[in-house]
Design a binder for this molecule. Structure first.
Ligand SMILES: *[C@@H]1O[C@H](CO)[C@@H](O)[C@H](O)[C@H]1NC(C)=O
Ligand SMILES: *[C@@H]1O[C@H](CO)[C@@H](O)[C@H](O)[C@H]1NC(C)=O
Ligand SMILES: *[C@@H]1O[C@H](CO)[C@@H](O)[C@H](O)[C@H]1NC(C)=O
Ligand SMILES: *[C@@H]1O[C@H](CO)[C@@H](O)[C@H](O)[C@H]1NC(C)=O
Ligand SMILES: *[C@@H]1O[C@H](CO)[C@@H](O)[C@H](O)[C@H]1NC(C)=O
Ligand SMILES: *[C@@H]1O[C@H](CO)[C@@H](O)[C@H](O)[C@H]1NC(C)=O
Ligand SMILES: *[C@@H]1O[C@H](CO)[C@@H](O)[C@H](O)[C@H]1NC(C)=O
Ligand SMILES: *[C@@H]1O[C@H](CO)[C@@H](O)[C@H](O)[C@H]1NC(C)=O
Length: 827
């Protein structure tokens, strides 16, 4: 009351004395202090003359003095002890409070009086002291340190002391040491709904106020979760629309991972049956049988929860071997179809033909099958190699196959032949040796055609119905060739030709008659020769036949005028027709050589057994003869003839019967002298000489009897003696001759003496002089042969051609007028 009163007095006093008319001046300040620390409360800027510090406790009205100084030094009141260590700062009115208690908080009022003597001024300094308490270390409390993911937890930050307002911050430190603010607020609790695994970590809370900041110890928050849906990693990693794939024999590793706390336990299932326990299933050398569904089962043993993931694994394996290439003709052989196929394996292998083929052709592709249709005009050359490549996922390298198309090495061949029974004419056409096979067919006149066939084809035509002169065409088509190849057969009736329609030769030569086909006919025809008697040529000694398909040459050997002259005929026919050709052979005798004349016929010596002859030729041109026949015959008297009564010499001679002529042949046209020996000295002889020309014998010279050698009688005496001796012999001979000649009149006698009639093959030689006789009188023909030691073998000409040269055949230079008969038959 006293202080209040004093104050009131001072106030009144100063109010009247001060320029402000004695009004009290009020000033407000606010000061913050911290528990236990010091604070200074100021009371003006100048030291007042007097002052009083008083304290009003918050929530109360009462104002209580703490310290005052009325000019005699400060007086600290008891109350001050409850407010900390209160001291007054020297030479000021400011108060310092150390070791502030919380209770020191309140309103401090400093009533200060200035210039009391003159004009007193009163100041009221209000100092609001706030005492703050620092926050203490907070304690973090978590409702559940191992919550299950998805649950709700709270985190509480507990403080013992601290002046508000207090800010709370919750920090999270993850596994990696990164610290982040997780939550903050002005309350000490934070709710976390649906905790998740990201909340796993160290937690601490921070509390702070105006004074300080403190943090709690950390707490590990372990979120329990999982397992999640497992993740399966397949190594090597290849995914297709079907799932995972692996190549056969590879090592495949399946790694399963499912997030979980605590970590998952893993079980592997194959097609729903357990095959392995553990996170990684490894199949070394996977096989196609390992294809199937693989499931990874993950289990959280703490929560007893599980999750599962299934993948399908397909094991790829290549087809066996290599692709197969083939080709075939297509579109009537105007195209080539190439086929490449490689089946088996999984997935299907890929095959494809070389790029240039795919550009050229129409492609039908189905993975393991690839067909290409290549038209002929895109194919070149007579040979082409086509390559197809096959590839498969499971093979590192592609595999090839190839096929070659080639033309037949030669041209199509057309042939015609006739069945042995002459029922059919077969036209064959072949064009083989190509790849693929060529297509061959016939088109002929009269609707003769065949269906198309490969490589070769035969057109059967009934014999005789083939068309003459019209071509039968064989068409051959190969896919490598744009055009069609052809060969054709024109069936023609044969036409026969000969070099000479009339051939004339001298007797004794070989002559060749030729007959040839004008062309090579189809169907083939053979030439047959018939001789001048219309007979088939059989006698190999007489005829020689040289024959080819084109000609037949008939050689008539050793021609004889009578036997071989005439019309020869060659003939030929085939399925279309036939032809005949006559060739006339004229065999001529050689011209008769000139006459020879005996100029000397004389015995040599007295023995009369050798005669020398000499003759001469008319004209002596040494031409027209090739040799001589020297003949002699003995003369015997003809017994029993009427004329035997005649005594004249001539008649006597006439009664002599002539023996057959003995002859010597001299193959020398120059010889003119010849000696005939071994004659019977007592006999009488006729000699004559005939020139001959090949087989033609000339006229015989007049027969002559040899003359006696000149001047010698002695031999004549001996001769007469011997002659008498011989008379009986001659008579006997003549008698026998008579019987022989008259054998028809007295055959018994004849047979008795001569035995049976002998027939001997004799070669007739044309003696021009005897021709008439031989025909008129059989017995008078001079015969050569049996009794003659040497038969007359007239030498042949050296060669038939030489003969023809010497005596050119008639009409050689004339054009041969050939009439050919063609018999064409057809329906
Ligand atoms: C908190 O304050 C009370 C009284 O206000 C006191 O008794 C206690 O010791 C203080 N605690 C701490 C830790 O400061
Ligand atoms: C936290 O949750 C409790 C009850 O679970 C509730 O009473 C409280 O208000 C919540 N606090 C906050 C900050 O949401
Ligand atoms: C956890 O954190 C990661 C990345 O920080 C995020 O992708 C994921 O969604 C979070 N998970 C949950 C459940 O929030
Ligand atoms: C597993 O399942 C797959 C697909 O259903 C089947 O192809 C395969 O043959 C099965 N494997 C076995 C061994 O049963
Ligand atoms: C193939 O040839 C036959 C007759 O040989 C014919 O009927 C057919 O139309 C031909 N086909 C084509 C595609 O040319
Ligand atoms: C292919 O034709 C050429 C000429 O075009 C020829 O020289 C070659 O010999 C033929 N090859 C074959 C195998 O026919
Ligand atoms: C057959 O006759 C023909 C025509 O005269 C002739 O060209 C051919 O050379 C003869 N052949 C023989 C082997 O003499
Ligand atoms: C050759 O002799 C025959 C008969 O002796 C005679 O007819 C012919 O006229 C004679 N020829 C010549 C050229 O004297």
């Amino acid at each position: 009351m006293l202080v209040q009163l004093l104050g009131l007095l001072f106030l009144l006093y100063f109010a009247n004395s001060q320029p402000n008319n004695g009004e009290v001046v009020y000033q407000d300040t606010t000061v913050y202090g911290v528990v236990g620390k010091a604070v200074i409360l100021e009371c003006g800027t100048t030291v007042p003359d007097m002052y009083i510090w008083s304290f009003t406790k918050p929530g109360t009205e009462a104002i209580k003095a703490v310290v005052y100084d009325l000019g005699q030094g400060p007086k600290i009141q008891k109350l001050a002890h409850t407010l900390g260590q209160v001291t007054v700062i020297l030479k000021s009115a400011d108060v310092s409070i150390d070791k502030l208690p919380v209770a020191a908080q309140g309103l401090y009022t400093c009533q200060a009086f200035y210039d009391i003597e003159n004009s007193p001024v009163v100041y009221y300094y209000y100092v609001h002291l706030t005492v703050r308490v620092p926050v203490t270390k907070p304690h973090l409390l978590v409702s559940d340190v191992s919550p299950v993911e998805g649950s709700t937890i709270w985190l509480q930050c507990n403080l013992d002391n601290g002046t508000g307002p207090i800010q709370y911050v919750w920090q999270q430190e993850n596994r990696h040491g990164n610290i982040s603010a997780f939550a903050q607020g002005n309350t000490g609790v934070v709710n976390v709904t649906e905790v998740n695994r990201n909340h796993t970590g160290w937690y601490r809370c921070l509390a702070s106020n105006a004074v300080n900041s403190e943090q709690s110890d950390r707490i590990w928050l372990d979120i329990i979760y999982g397992p999640d849906i497992p993740q399966i990693d397949v190594t090597p990693y290849t995914v297709t629309e079907r799932g995972y794939s692996a190549l056969e024999r590879e090592t495949v590793s399946l790694q399963c991972q499912a997030q979980s706390n605590p970590p998952s336990q893993y079980v592997w299932l194959y097609n729903s049956s357990q095959v392995y326990t553990g996170p990684q299933l490894t199949i070394t050398k996977v096989l196609r049988m390992h294809t199937g569904d693989y499931a990874c089962l993950a289990q959280n043993t703490y929560l007893n929860t599980r999750s599962k993931k299934t993948i399908s694994l397909t094991v790829y394996y290549p087809p066996d071997g290599s692709p197969s290439c083939s080709m075939e003709p297509a579109v009537n052989h105007t195209s080539l179809k190439l086929r490449c196929s490689w089946t088996g394996g999984f997935p299907s292998a890929e095959v494809h033909w070389a790029n240039h083929l795919r550009r050229a052709g129409e492609e039908a592709d189905e993975g393991h099958d690839s067909d290409i249709l290549l038209p002929s005009h895109d194919l070149f050359g007579n040979s082409s190699l086509f390559t197809c490549t096959g590839s498969h996922l499971a093979l590192e390298q592609s595999v090839e196959c190839s096929t070659r198309a080639y033309l037949p090495p030669s041209e199509p061949v057309c042939l015609a032949y006739v069945t042995t029974n002459k029922q059919y004419l077969m036209l064959s056409c072949s064009w083989d040796g190509g790849a693929p096979n060529a297509l061959v067919w016939w088109e002929g006149p009269g609707g003769h055609e065949t269906p198309k066939q490969e490589n070769s084809n035969i057109l059967n035509i009934r014999y005789g119905t083939a068309r003459n002169g019209r071509p039968y065409v064989c068409h051959a088509k190969h896919p490598l060739l744009g055009q069609t190849k052809t060969c054709w057969l024109t069936l023609e009736a044969p036409v026969l030709l000969t070099q000479r329609r009339v051939v004339s030769v001298y007797e004794g030569t070989d002559v060749q008659l030729s007959c040839n086909l004008r062309a090579n006919y189809l169907p083939t025809s053979q030439i047959t020769w018939f001789n001048n008697h219309g007979l088939d040529i059989l006698d190999a000694s007489k005829y020689m036949l040289l024959r080819t398909s084109a000609w037949a040459n008939l050689t008539v050997r050793d021609t004889d005028e009578a036997q071989d002259s005439g019309e020869y005929r060659c003939t030929s026919s085939n399925a279309v027709g036939g032809a005949d050709l006559n060739v006339t052979l004229v065999v001529k005798k050689h011209p008769i050589p000139p006459n020879a004349t005996l100029i000397r016929v004389m015995y040599i010596g007295r023995l009369r057994n050798e005669v020398e002859l000499e003759w001469q030729m008319e004209g002596d041109a040494q031409q027209g003869w090739t040799g001589f026949v020297v003949q002699h015959r003995g003369l015997t008297e003809r017994p029993g003839r009427r004329t035997s009564n005649n005594e004249s010499m001539g008649r006597t001679e006439e009664r002599l019967s002539a023996e057959i002529w003995h002859e010597n042949i001299l193959q020398d046209p120059d010889v003119r002298i010849h000696i005939v020996d071994r004659l019977t000295p007592t006999a009488k002889y006729h000699f004559r000489v005939m020139p001959f020309n090949y087989r033609t014998i000339g006229h015989p010279s007049a027969a002559k009897t040899p003359a006696e050698p000149p001047s010698n009688n002695y031999p004549a005496v001996i001769g007469a003696a011997i002659g008498g001796m011989l008379f009986a012999v001659i008579f006997t001979v003549l008698l026998l001759m008579y019987i022989f000649r008259n054998r028809n009149n007295s055959p018994r006698l004849h047979d008795m003496l001569f035995g049976l009639r002998h027939s001997q093959s004799r070669e007739n030689i044309n003696f021009p002089e005897d021709e008439g006789v031989s025909e008129a009188e059989g017995g008078g023909v001079p015969e050569m042969g049996s009794s003659s030691s040497q038969g007359l073998k007239i030498p042949r000409a050296a060669s038939p051609l030489a003969a023809a040269d010497q005596a050119p055949p008639m009409g050689d230079n004339e054009p041969v007028n050939v009439t050919i008969t063609v018999q064409a038959t057809g329906s």
